[in-house]
Design a protein around this ligand. Structure first.
Ligand code: C2E
Ligand code: MG
Ligand code: MG
Length: 764
């Protein structure tokens, strides 16, 4: 399908060339066998080929692969081709009317044609020209123009047939000088390094101007044969050169032809040739008027000038070689600065530059930001060298999966990106799914197979957005994807930025809140459902914000986890809860044995967590069995580091509870591998347990109770809100429970009051 497409593009791209070739062949045939008296027929090929050239050059100026400068260049050549067509018509009219030389109505469009080409020259250079560049260009141009003017001035006077009107002579002379100047300028550009436009195309365009120059000379001679040659064959030939140059440029842009390497060629010598011609002219003219001594002086002066020019040429050549070397080094440095040394893909800067170029050209673009999930774990398990191997494999796959005009990059660490040439959200989402599948195929490193997953953020560039903004949006979307449970993609929406800002602000305030003592702990009693006695208490953190008021943990715990603030926050909770238990145990002989403290995975990943727990226990005079740490199932499967921490805590004698059980992986192998003491059935299974409507949830609740019994774990039901729920759970085998029905989370003194020695039956 793709090859079919590109072939058809290829064919239509070559069509203008084909038309111009036919025009040239037609003209040749007409001149060989046709009726050369009927010039109107014979010169038909000129306008036709020129129009084909206009189409060909215009097509290149619309190419999405070209940068704005290259497009501007070819647009001006399209205008130039239009004027060429008018010029060809003018030539035909002139020839039919038997006008000697070049009539004004041919010369004027020719001058416009040359002016448009001259303007196009602005777009050729790769870098912005400096003032001295322009000055040099002006001097070179002036030298050629003066030489040309002298030559043509002389030729116009001498060669033009008598009776040619003066305006015609001067107009033709001006066209000749313009052709000469254009030929030198484009010829020089074709051989100088650092052009945006393909040097091969520039060389062909310079050739077209040479043809123009020869035409003007022929026209000036004013013979019938030269008029026939120019009108019938000259214009189709010039147009053919335009078409070929445009076709070549299109192929270079499509990557089907390598850009031409600038070579030292005849074009570089043209300016000196012009000087030599002028010198020849001076000698010829002076030879007629001067004596022998005068001629010797003139010849000597010209010789000295020639020696100086030769000397200059030598140093120019050296400069040029040095310049080429510098350009090579610059290109190499640029390549190194824009690519990633590990994978060879473009790096963050390279990606930004490519994205910025598309956006500046007004082309559609979307960015996919890809982050490998839990790569830290892989890194920890494998070591950095083997993990790098995996990254190289991911990079290769991403690159292979990229279609035409798409490109992959490594932004750093385990973060990759893909640039898409689309602005359609559905297409970008399809590409994100494809990327996830690509990353999700098993990879091998150090003889181990791994299954990686990626979270992908999608940002479709909106009009006027910069590359930085698009990347930032993709980054925000990627975080949203991670939050929605990893191994997924999310497309950027403006509200995400708002969420991000809110989170950042909240994190800042939380940071101050922790330091400023705005956190409080409440304790939710845990009851023995059989005896009705108070059994334990879970410490639950609250944030009393000075202006926002009470902020729920559901809102600030995720913020704390993402910002890392959970580490100091959790440390405070642990110490505060243990201190409180120690106070209760001193005040009440019947005080609860242990306090439950929630611990986030970020805390478990901290290297010194086990020591911290030991220090808190010893500082507060508690034993390890006075503490139950509640962890979620997802944190248990986080990696070997967390597993080792949990094992060490278990060996120390601290008990571990699996919180929100039933909502995560809940695998049996997890229970065997992990030193768990308590299972806390999630509230969602308790809801609706009394009316028995949700049979599935009921079955899970019963199974968890049985599992706990077999494995000799404590089963605790969370979120009990009614007598019926409590009764059903007790009947199922739940020995312990907590919930608003028995008690809401309470301030420390209220919870302590429940431990008073009076006989209590707290369960209603
Ligand atoms: P969790 O550990 O599962 O805590 C139980 C949550 O259920 C608490 O919400 C508690 O107030 C609520 N709850 C208890 N009984 C009932 C009931 O009968 N009905 C209803 N509707 N809710 C009940 P809370 O205090 O808002 O805490 C929410 C979550 O925030 C906790 O879930 C825990 O994951 C996290 N969290 C709270 N404090 C801390 C902490 O100190 N450290 C960490 N890492 N996480 C904490
Ligand atoms: Mg909990
Ligand atoms: Mg829970």
């Amino acid at each position: 399908m793709k090859t079919g497409e590109s072939t058809s593009r290829d064919r239509t791209g070559a069509l203008p060339v084909l038309v111009a070739v036919l025009a040239v062949l037609g003209a040749t045939a007409w001149m060989s066998w046709g009726d050369t008296g009927d010039l109107a027929v014979g010169s038909l090929g000129g306008p036709v080929a020129a129009l084909a050239a206009a189409v060909g050059t215009y097509r290149v100026s619309r190419s999405p692969r070209a940068d704005p400068q290259v497009r501007g260049f070819w647009r001006l050549w399209a205008y130039s081709s239009g004027f060429l067509a008018l010029c060809a018509v003018g030539a035909t009219v002139g020839a039919v009317r038997g006008h000697p030389g070049m009539p004004v109505y041919e010369a004027v469009p020719a001058l416009f044609c040359l002016s448009a080409a001259g303007l196009a020259f602005r777009h050729v250079a790769l870098t912005r020209r400096t003032l001295s560049d322009w000055a040099r260009l002006l001097l070179d141009g002036a030298a050629v123009a003066i030489a040309g003017a002298l030559l043509f001035g002389y030729a116009v006077v001498n060669l033009a047939p008598p009776g040619t009107p003066l305006p015609d002579r001067w107009a033709a002379g001006a066209v000749g000088v313009g052709c000469l100047l254009g030929m030198v300028v484009f010829g020089k550009a074709a051989v100088s390094p650092g052009t945006r436009v393909d040097p091969g195309a520039l060389g062909i365009l310079a050739l077209s101007l040479l043809i123009g120059l020869i035409e003007v000379m022929l026209m000036l001679s004013g013979t019938r044969l030269s008029a026939v040659l120019v009108t019938a064959l000259g214009y189709p030939l010039i147009a053919l050169a335009f078409c070929t140059a445009a076709y070549r440029q299109a192929r270079v842009l499509d990557g089907r032809t390598a850009p031409a390497r600038p070579r030292w060629s005849l074009a570089d010598w043209l300016q000196y040739l012009a000087v030599a011609c002028t010198a020849g002219l001076v000698i010829t003219v002076s030879a007629q008027d001067l004596g022998l001594r005068g001629r010797a002086v003139i010849a000597g002066a010209v010789l000295i000038a020639a020696i100086i020019v030769a000397r200059q040429l030598l140093s120019l050549r050296e400069n040029r070689l040095a310049l080429i070397d510098i350009r090579h080094r610059q290109a190499e440095l640029r390549r190194l600065a824009l690519s990633d040394s590990l994978t060879g893909l473009p790096n963050r800067t390279g990606f930004s530059v490519a994205l910025a170029e598309r956006l500046e050209a007004g082309l559609p673009a979307s960015a996919l930001l890809i982050d490998i999930d839990d790569f830290k774990m892989v890194n920890d398990t494998l070591g950095p060298a083997a993990a790098d191997q995996l990254l190289v494999q991911v990079a290769q796959r991403l690159q292979e999966s990229c279609g035409a005009d798409e490109s992959a990059a490594r932004l750093g660490g385990d973060e990759f990106a893909v640039l898409l040439p689309v602005d359609d959200p559905a297409a970008a989402e399809a590409a994100a799914t494809r990327v996830q599948r690509t990353v999700g195929r098993p990879v091998t490193s150090a003889d181990q197979q791994f299954l990686l997953h990626a979270s992908v953020g999608i940002a479709v560039a909106a009009p006027g957005e910069t590359a930085d903004e698009v990347l930032r949006n993709a980054d925000i979307a990627m975080y949203a994807a991670k939050e929605s449970g990893k191994a997924s993609w999310a497309r950027f929406e403006p509200r995400m930025r708002q969420d991000m800002t809110n989170h950042a602000r909240l994190a800042g305030e939380l940071h101050d809140g922790i330091a400023g003592g705005e956190l409080r702990l409440l304790y939710q009693p845990v009851y023995d459902l059989v005896t009705g006695r108070l059994h334990g208490a879970e410490a639950l953190v609250r944030w009393q914000h000075p202006s926002r008021g009470f902020v729920s943990p559901g809102e600030f715990i995720p913020v704390a986890e993402r910002s890392g603030l959970i580490v100091p926050l959790g440390a405070w909770v642990l110490r505060e809860a243990c201190t409180q238990l120690s106070r209760w145990r001193q005040a009440h002989p019947n005080a609860i044995e242990a306090v439950n403290v929630n611990v986030a995975v970020r805390q478990l990943r901290e290297a010194g967590f086990v020591d911290e727990v030991a220090a808190v226990l010893s500082d507060t005079g508690l034993m390890p069995n006075n503490l139950i740490l509640e962890v979620t199932e997802s944190s248990v499967v986080d990696g070997w580091q967390v597993r080792e921490t949990l094992q060490a805590l278990h060996e120390m004698g601290v008990r571990l509870a699996l919180d929100d059980f039933g909502t995560g992986q809940s695998s049996l192998s997890l229970l065997r591998a992990f030193p768990v003491d308590v299972l806390k059935l999630d509230k969602s299974f308790v809801d609706g347990i009394a009316d028995g409507e949700d049979r599935g949830r009921l079955a899970v609740a019963a199974a968890v109770a049985q599992l706990a019994e077999h494995l000799q774990l404590k089963a605790v039901a969370e979120g009990i809100e009614s007598q019926e729920q409590m009764d059903r759970l007790r009947d199922m085998g739940y020995r312990y429970g907590q919930g608003f029905y028995m008690a809401k989370p309470l301030p420390a003194d209220e919870c302590g009051a429940l431990m008073a020695p009076a006989p209590v039956d707290q369960v209603r």
